[in-house]
Design a protein around this ligand. Structure first.
Ligand SMILES: C[S@@+](CC[C@H](N)C(=O)[O-])C[C@H]1O[C@@H](n2cnc3c(N)ncnc32)[C@H](O)[C@@H]1O
Length: 302
């Protein structure tokens, strides 16, 4: 059981954990800033909104990390003036370097999502990816998102863990842990690595991830902040099970022992199953069983 920490301690651990994670974040998660990355991000926006994204002249990203969403959205021409905030200065440093390498203009601001240093009604789009589950007081954060949104503005958050989806994902993780010795033999890996002793990363993950959500909790947070047109959807089921199986197997071996061909298979297979999820399962099954949840809402026009 992770220790019970105060909200201030959670924010502090989040800052330190992500400052350290920033250096290898893009390679660890296979983040792409080219055509593939742009297509992924636009597809997520489309799914969350239930329609084609519009053009948003002033955008604010919360927990922007190394820029996966904002930089790809700028590249795709969906946003105009982009502001990125994150509690981790290390992440923002990595984001600025990525922006510079891509020749893109972004303003960065170190900030806690619960206390945004921006004027009321100053953005047409407030969004984030994989950040809400790190925030201790969700109600307070949504009140801030609603405050800085202009009337008629759009809110979108994607990549949030679903409680039930997380539960279901334990099945492939367990299955892969049992299969790991056979798998290592098949790929010719030498030593086994105990993922529990894989360094600070694994130990701190239980501390920085403070929520997994039911769809109703996300919609309640948005409505509680006065937002309307709330829509919660689920994404990734098969792709996620496949991804967790492979990550669990890979974590049991030394990184240098995992053949390149395996990594290509894992990446391509994941992309393929994402398509199956998107076309077949997501439109038909309830959001709660998917691994990730997304929410879209609007601030009422005055
Ligand atoms: C899982 S990473 C996601 C990064 C990026 N959005 C992406 O999808 O690649 C979560 C990010 O949220 C940031 N974060 C954590 N707690 C936060 C808080 N209270 N306020 C703002 N950002 C926070 C972290 O520093 C980190 O960059």
């Amino acid at each position: 059981m992770p220790p019970t920490l105060s909200p201030g301690e959670i924010r502090d651990v989040n800052t330190r954990y992500h400052d350290v994670a920033a250096e290898h974040y893009d390679s660890k998660w296979g983040i792409d800033f080219g055509r593939v990355g742009q297509e992924q991000v636009i597809a997520k926006l489309r799914k969350a909104l239930g329609c084609e994204p519009g053009h948003y002249p002033r955008s604010l990203e919360i927990g922007a990390g190394t820029g996966y969403f904002t930089l790809n959205m700028l590249g795709a021409g969906v946003i105009g003036k982009a502001t990125c905030s994150d509690i981790s200065p290390g992440m923002l440093q990595a984001l600025s370097e990525n922006a510079q390498a891509l020749g893109l203009q972004v303003e960065t601001r170190a900030a806690d999502a619960e206390r945004l240093p921006f004027a009321d009604a100053s953005f047409d789009l407030v969004f984030g990816h994989a950040v809400l589950h790190h925030i201790p007081d969700l109600g307070r954060a949504f009140a801030e998102f609603a405050r800085v949104l202009a009337p008629g503005g759009t809110l979108v958050f994607a990549g949030e863990p679903s409680r039930q989806g997380d539960h279901l994902a334990r099945v492939p993780k367990r299955f892969a842990a049992m299969l790991a010795p056979l798998w290592r033999r098949a790929i010719g890996a030498g030593r086994a690595v105990d993922p529990q002793h894989g360094g600070g990363d694994a130990a701190l993950e239980g501390v920085v991830d403070v929520h997994a959500f039911a769809p109703s909790e996300l919609s309640r947070a948005a409505r509680g902040a006065g937002l309307g047109e709330v829509r919660v959807t689920g994404e990734e089921l098969l792709a996620n099970w496949f991804g967790w199986t492979n990550r669990t197997l890979e974590a049991s071996a030394e990184p240098d022992d995992v053949p390149w061909a395996w990594r290509v298979y894992a990446y391509r297979g994941y992309l393929l199953l994402q398509q199956v999820d998107r076309r077949l399962l997501e439109p038909r099954l309830p959001p709660a069983i998917f691994y990730n949840l997304m929410i879209a809402a609007r601030k009422r026009p005055t």
